[in-house]
Design a protein around this ligand. Structure first.
Ligand code: PLP
Length: 362
């Protein structure tokens, strides 16, 4: 029997989504593919809150994250860092041979708009990277405030990773003036892993046109040229595009507002469990993610033993903490297709596992 994944990616994939993937592939240069590609564009644009193109990259999100710094940096990139994913983006920038500066905040803290403004005011940068929802710490940075700061610096291209928040709440790309917004398949979209989605502004294409070392696989202009024909640069993961089309049917039949409200409601249920049991969240409540809860292990429980009970008795798993937070925190996802029933069930399992594992040391 398979395990229900309450980890923050890859998340649980529905039977309906899995079924959608079983259709045979079509030729990726065929009219059938073009109509598949074009049929999903309008709904993708609605989800990205953009009038621009939405691209499909056959890669995990990291491919596009690396591609962004390679396509867009001429001078120097500022990497805002407050957790494992945003920290790694700085390392990736350096590994691409780029001039890069770290704007570091403690893990569990959000990115501070004032600090961002001070740093950008030096005039040293032409690109900023920002992770909206730091999945490693369950921390959501204040995107409206950060975007307002970024709009003060029109020569700086903004790149926002919304990998674990996209489609769980409104991220209004065009209104916020975000140049590049990117996400992955296996987080809140609840698709199997293997695809990333991104949208880029005219300014981003203008910048990329001046960069000689864009490479091929993630070249923004390759994406744009092919997009205009209803295609991707190379053979895409067609079965995941079928799954995405089916997911868009799900999303728009539920309705965006209902989807966002569901994520907030299920997140609050997990927070309720956290508080009832005397745990606390790692970030301050106002910056807590709506898609996952990063729980500080304030009771000193044996997290691996706790998770083993969940697995053996209840056929589900949570995450035992990311990187240096392993064991000090654990993470519970409520993103994607989770329902009141599935989260209520989880809360019951968590209560039972806490008791049965006898792991509460406090
Ligand atoms: C999962 C995740 C990534 C990386 O995604 P991959 O699909 O593994 O490349 C990047 N950023 C954030 C915030 C994530 O949660």
């Amino acid at each position: 029997m398979s395990l229900h994944l309450y980890i923050p990616g890859p998340v649980q994939v529905s039977e309906r989504t899995l079924q959608a993937m079983t259709q045979p592939p079509v030729g990726h240069r065929s009219p059938d593919f073009v109509s598949l590609y074009q049929s999903i564009q309008p709904r993708l644009q609605d989800l990205f809150y953009t009038t621009g193109p939405v691209f499909l990259s056959t890669s995990s999100a990291w491919g596009v994250m690396e591609g962004c710094v390679r396509n867009l940096t001429r001078k120097r990139v500022l990497n805002c860092m407050n957790g494992a994913f945003s920290d790694k983006w700085h390392d990736v920038s350096l590994r691409c041979g780029l001039e890069a500066t770290a704007l570091q905040f403690d893990w569990g803290q959000p990115v501070d708009p004032e600090a961002l403004r001070r740093e950008l005011a030096t005039g040293a940068y032409d690109v900023v990277t920002l992770v909206h929802n730091e999945t490693s710490t369950g921390t959501m940075s204040p995107l409206d405030d950060l975007a307002a700061v970024l709009r003060e610096f029109p020569d700086v291209i903004s790149v926002v990773d919304a990998v674990s928040s996209f489609s769980a709440l409104a991220i209004e790309k065009d209104r916020l003036g975000i140049d590049v917004l990117l996400t992955g398949a296996q987080k809140a979209l609840a698709l199997p892993p293997g695809m990333a989605l991104f949208s880029a502004s005219d300014r981003a294409f203008e910048r990329a046109a001046k960069v000689k070392t864009r490479g091929y696989y993630f070249d923004f202009h390759e994406f744009l040229r092919n997009h205009e024909k209803g295609m991707t640069p190379s053979t895409p993961v067609i079965s995941l595009i079928y799954a995405l089309r089916s997911k868009l049917d799900d999303i728009f039949s539920e309705g965006l507002e209902a989807r966002y409200a569901r994520h907030a409601r299920l997140n609050a249920k997990v927070h309720g469990w956290v508080e009832r049991n005397g745990f606390s969240l790692l970030p301050r409540k106002e910056f807590a993610s709506v898609t996952l809860s990063c729980v500080e292990n304030t009771l000193g429980i044996d997290v691996p033993a706790f998770n083993q009970v969940l697995k053996d008795r209840f056929s589900c798993v949570i995450d035992g903490g990311y990187g240096k937070l392993k064991g000090k925190t654990f993470r519970i996802s409520n993103m994607g297709d989770e329902t009141d029933a599935s989260i209520d069930a989880l809360v019951g399992y968590l209560d039972a596992a806490l008791e049965e594992s006898g792991t509460a040391k406090a």
